[in-house]
Design a protein around this ligand. Structure first.
Ligand code: SF4
Ligand code: SF4
Ligand code: SF4
Length: 253
């Protein structure tokens, strides 16, 4: 299916999926050990809208409101659960031991009557275009970067009320006791992203299985752009029913 066809879908339910993908979603999507993410079902229309939504959630145009428009595609089936991404994120961004900017969820699924397999699902901040955390922050310490779409944290402005943590439906934020402020993934804005001239993040470059594909939705030469726009594969986002319009997309392989 082409990205241009996505807007024709009537809704985002699994009934619109070809049978193979529907089976996959039903197997993988409904309960995940660790953080329960709810009905993880197809959100092709969200993928389409990612290039056309403003932070207020209004769909104004099919042109991206950000340039660059950073995104990450998670090639879920390739994840081997080695957690190298988590280690790289922690060391690169000085994440404390009791915090996290990304994690890898795991669960065991039955694949035969007497055989189960472990499946993994990396998660991080989705840099939502319609971000509940941004809406509730009383000091605007967290905000949508109008240049690149990253949901940023200004820790100097954070008063530690944790309202954003409560509002985030993806459990993507933590409280850093040392600085008495909330922290989260910022696509390595001050570290690897800057060093690589906008090309990659610490977790993406550390992954030995190329699970995390980082890129720019406005750059047709970007691997992420090509995957989303030309691969013909089925993509989904987490909790599409909340209309948060994530910028992290999932694909089977
Ligand atoms: S995933 Fe959570 S922290 Fe990240 S932008 Fe969305 S609501 Fe905010
Ligand atoms: S993009 Fe950077 S900050 Fe975000 S999870 Fe990956 S390594 Fe951590
Ligand atoms: S580094 Fe790659 S393969 Fe390893 S846990 Fe992270 S996403 Fe999965």
């Amino acid at each position: 299916m082409k990205i241009t066809n996505l807007k024709n879908l009537k809704n985002e339910g699994t009934e619109n999926l070809p049978s193979k993908e529907r089976r996959c979603f039903l197997q993988l999507g409904l309960s995940i050990t660790g953080v329960f993410l709810g009905g993880t079902i197809l959100s092709l229309t969200s993928a389409h809208n990612a290039t056309g939504a403003l932070s207020g959630g209004k769909i104004l145009t099919t042109k991206s409101p950000y340039s660059p428009h950073y995104t990450m595609v998670i090639r879920e089936k390739h994840c081997i659960g080695c957690e190298k991404c988590m280690e790289a994120c922690r060391s690169t961004n000085k994440v404390p031991d009791d915090g996290f900017r990304t994690t890898v969820l795991e669960r065991s699924v039955p694949v035969a009557p007497d055989h189960r397999e472990r499946v993994f699902m990396p998660i991080l901040c989705n840099h939502c275009n319609n971000a509940p955390c941004v809406r509730v922050c009383p000091t605007r310490a967290t905000y949508k970067d109008t240049v690149n779409g990253i949901v940023q944290m200004n820790t100097d402005k954070c008063i530690g009320c944790k309202t954003c943590m409560t509002a985030c439906p993806y459990n993507a934020r933590y409280f850093d006791e040392a600085i008495r402020a909330v922290d989260k993934c910022n696509f390595c804005y001050n570290s690897k992203l800057k060093e690589s001239n906008g090309k990659t993040t610490a977790c993406a470059s550390a992954c030995p299985a190329n699970v995390r594909v980082f890129g720019d939705l406005t750059d047709p030469t970007s691997h992420a752009y090509k995957l989303i726009h030309t691969s013909g594969k089925v993509f989904w986002v987490l909790r599409p029913e909340l209309d948060t319009l994530p910028n992290v997309f999932y694909v089977e392989s």
